[in-house]
Write a protein that binds this ligand. Structure first.
Ligand code: XMP
Length: 333
């Protein structure tokens, strides 16, 4: 629509005026904010933008390829994909404590990103190097870090973000979404040509599957979880609620599978199985501070559990989490 068209034209001019002929680095996560920021900045300055996408090995099924297809394939943006899964899984080996896991993932993420950014900053023969770091900071993030919202006295979970990076890297900051609310960011993303499925995605935590595999993180667990989670999401997208005409994916705020490193006995054909358990979690919330578990249709849960147990060898039991927040949190770790 024309209002969004005007907004884009204005935002593009602002970015061009600020950046001039300098170069910009952006950390692409596949989430809504960094994706929309990347698409907008790319619209403004094209190849003066380089996106760095760190794959920590804890992403959802096909996530890395989807991000690359979208940004490198369709938008023709410069994207560097860093496959750091061995590094992350190596450092996480033997670690079971949730806070320690978060700290390790957060630290490694910053290390890997910094190393890539340093290379881009240094430039090479033909390049003078990057001088800007772009971030998908949106208005609610600005308000939160300004202390306008009351801060919780105790840290329930240390959230992994990349605060302080521009200073550490000696880069100037470019934050073109700073004045926008989430729904405006989504509308902007659609207007920039990002697919609605990407722009209206549920949030995904920075530490990824690292906090959805309880206790020690192992590649074999992550592989099982990815497949179970993909089946759940597919069923949510494909199950339409007749009353609203919306999919259960759109009727929930966040939904995912959790891997429980616990074995239970089952029976399959003539044989006994002794395999892992997956818990499904789906919540409805407006602010993620409190949340209700979603009353998903039994028929959908039945189909989902049947598919997971049949299609994912190694999982023989599926449970549904009926805990609200508080006292439970949305994630299990
Ligand atoms: P909890 O589990 O605290 O989650 O009820 C509230 C919301 O925050 C997300 N979450 C995170 N997001 N880094 C993130 O970027 C994190 O470390 C992190 N931990 C939780 C969670 O997915 C939910 O949307």
């Amino acid at each position: 629509d024309w209002i969004m068209g005007d907004y884009i034209a204005e935002a593009v001019e602002k970015i061009r005026a600020q950046v001039g002929d300098e170069e910009v680095i952006l950390g692409l996560s596949g989430g809504v904010d960094s994706s929309v920021a990347a698409a907008l900045i790319h619209r403004a300055i094209g190849d003066q933008l380089t996106c760095v996408f760190v794959d920590h090995g804890l992403l959802r099924l096909n996530e890395g390829d989807m991000v690359m297809d979208m940004f490198a394939g369709k938008l023709h943006a410069k994207v560097i994909r860093v496959d750091a899964s061995d590094l992350f899984l190596g450092e996480l080996a033997g670690v079971t404590d949730p806070e320690q896991k978060r700290k390790i993932i957060g630290r490694l993420f910053v290390d890997v990103f910094k190393a890539e950014a340093a290379k881009l900053k240094a430039g090479d023969g033909g390049h003078k190097g990057a001088t800007y770091l772009a971030q998908g900071t949106i208005y609610p993030d600005v308000v939160e870090s300004g202390g306008t919202k009351t801060k919780k006295a105790t840290t329930i979970k240390s959230h992994h973000n990349v605060g302080g990076l521009p200073e550490q890297l000696g880069l100037k900051l470019l934050e073109p979404l700073r004045e926008l609310f989430k729904d405006e960011v989504r509308a902007l993303g659609v207007a920039l040509g990002l697919p609605p499925e990407m722009v209206y995605r549920h949030p995904f935590p920075g530490p990824g599957l690292g906090v959805r595999i309880l206790g020690e993180v192992k590649k074999t667990y992550a592989d099982l979880l990815r497949r179970a989670d993909a089946i759940f999401i597919e069923e949510l997208r494909n199950t339409i609620d007749p009353a609203t005409g919306k999919s259960w994916y759109d009727l929930t705020s966040q939904a995912f599978a959790v891997f429980l490193p616990v074995k239970s006995v089952g029976v399959m054909g003539d044989g006994r199985t002794y395999d892992y358990v997956v818990a499904l979690r789906a919540v409805q919330t407006s602010d993620f501070m409190t949340a209700d578990w979603a009353e998903l249709p039994y028929s959908m849960l039945k189909r989902t559990s049947g598919r997971i147990i049949n299609e994912v060898r190694g999982i023989n039991r599926v449970t549904y989490d009926v805990s609200s927040k508080p006292p439970a949190t949305i994630e299990w770790e």
